[in-house]
Design a protein around this ligand. Sequence first.
Ligand code: SAH
Length: 215
Amino acid sequence: MTDRFATARKRMVQEQLLHRGIDDQNILTAMSEVPRHLFVCDAMQAQAYGDYPLPIDGDQTISQPYIVAAMTQALKIKGTEKVLEIGTGSGYQAAILSRICDKVYTVERINTLLAGARKIFDQLRYHNILAKLDDGTLGWPEHAPYDAIIVTASGPEIPEPLIEQLADPGRMVIPVGDRDVQQLQLLTKKDGDITIRHLESVRFVSLIGEHGWNG
Ligand code: SAH
């Protein structure tokens, strides 16, 4: 895509992703093409490609580009997968996923965010994303199992329904911890066994719902 941010986007990929070990070519291509500035408000477009998270509506945040890339890379997506995202927010993470897998299901609990994200998906013709308003800690049972699950808000523990709805084999990334600081966890399911590995420390907004925080 060529637009006035094409150079900023290329620089973001070079300086923030390649230099920090993101080497999945499909992710690098997706992030150099998806217009991240459309996922933030007009006043913040010039900062959309900076090396930091940005505020979006409802006191929520769009993650730093590197975190989006690192979480996506941890899922080891090849192209044919069905992926579930909890926490649509701006829609940017779902947009990146939609470029590298077959189908994305994404759940958001705040209506204005969901509506905004849907509008951009339509505008960009990202037709393989299905989004709904709900408590994502319950997953989206109708379309389970999912080859990969990504949770972009942090709870006190990994919600049980998400573990159940993960395919075997399957991979899930989720920040888990207290309200202030969390550990990114990678859960893998293989031959009926669950393994959990701790990745880096992160700060995410709270996952609020039946299997998350109370409010
Ligand atoms: N992936 C988003 C990041 C959004 S921040 C992006 O690319 O912009 C996390 C989002 O999780 C917020 O929008 C918040 O409203 C949402 N969230 C928190 N708890 C949730 C729940 N139980 N179900 C669905 N969404 C939830």
